[in-house]
Design a protein around this ligand. Sequence first.
Ligand code: ATP
Ligand code: MG
Length: 443
Amino acid sequence: MQDMTGVVPVTSMPYSQFKNHVGEQVTIKGAIHNIRDMSDFAFIIVRTARELIQCVYSPEFSDYRLTDEVVEQCSAKITGKVVPSETRDGSERYELQISNIEILSTPAEIPPVVISKKQVTCDLSTNLDYRPVTLRNPKERAIFKIQEGIQRGFREFLTSQNFTEVHTPKINFAGAEGGTNVFKLDYFGKTVYLAQSPQLYKQALVPVYERVFEIGPVFRAEHHDTSRHLNEYISMDFEMGFIEDFTDIMNMETGALQYIMNLLKTEYAPEVELLKVDIPEVNTIPCIRFKDAKEMCIKKLKNITDMKDFEPEEEAFLFIFAKKQYNSDFLFVTHYLSAKRPFYTMDDPEDPEVTLSFDLLFRGLEITSGGQRIHDYNMQVEKMKKLGMNPEEFGTYLMLHKYGAPPHGGLGLGLERLTMHLLGFKNVRYATMFPRDINRVTP
Ligand code: ATP
Ligand code: MG
């Protein structure tokens, strides 16, 4: 038997190493992404995990002869000599002069959509229908590399701030947050619910770890087809104890966003460049009270009917305001009305009509809701009763308060929403690998 050492080295030489191997034979593994046959020679573009590598075939380079087996989307092992390539702008690039291609796997059919062009040009619905294929396009996959960077940044930053990463159940019996957008499920004859957020569990973990975070799926039965709602999305949540007040939460989010944007600029530079991402500056984020923001919107915009929340048009207006006034792409709106916030939200002792809560708007779109939670048992039970809820149904949740919890708060940040507006998409589905919406559960 062979011994397992726990190491599987990358056998393909990364493009970044090419400059150190000029004139040498190297081997790469990847998919044949594009073939441009120029009769006496051919450009063969190889797609590796994160790069496109230009290889050149010519009978002059070796005894190897190109065959019909080399087709787009076949997996191959390519060996060749690294040479500098001619570039229009004189920039330093390298290519491989092919000396051998070993085919590792052959596709059964030609892909139904063109993925070897600069970008996928079919409509969104077709793009999503063929997602396993369209994601191979470099621009499409770059979107989700950026998305990886966002979650990685969130994780790394919070870990550095003494947060513990947790995973809470997604199948819940009682104590769901309620409302109309919860999915019901038959669980061996009992009705259970898919988690709309990790809220109740992450709060329970504050007296355990003080600071916790979770990056995981949540489910919302959105009965509408909008450009910003999914039925399953990734929520980046955190909850922290011993806060002085709810601005601690906003500060922590500001730090996380600073870290994320920096990480994207550095370690995700190839994707940022490919997608021409406009990375926002996050120095300090301005704050405005809901009441003041609403008054401003009413003055500037006509036909505002919802006095308790913002309409998309108002959010767009607030973006212009934040940009003009503070040169910020982000805006915290605080002190939302108590009537509009969930039962666990702490009311402002100075004005119980409003809450110690906030939303974060990014370029005119809500990406976060957060705030301080009630930690006192009697206060929580009273609020539940006032809202017509039965505290007895929330026995497990209320253990948190009953057996002692520090002042605490937290937030939920929608990963796809942030990705969407960072990349300038008009529809959240572009920023979702395999979206679930009212009309789609496949692929
Ligand atoms: P909205 O008012 O836009 O429907 P919400 O206030 O109901 O959102 P929250 O419960 O505050 O949403 O969820 C926290 C964050 O999760 C939101 O700020 C947003 O980034 C994201 N989010 C909420 N619902 C969805 C959804 N259906 N699809 C994608 N992301 C969502
Ligand atoms: Mg919200």
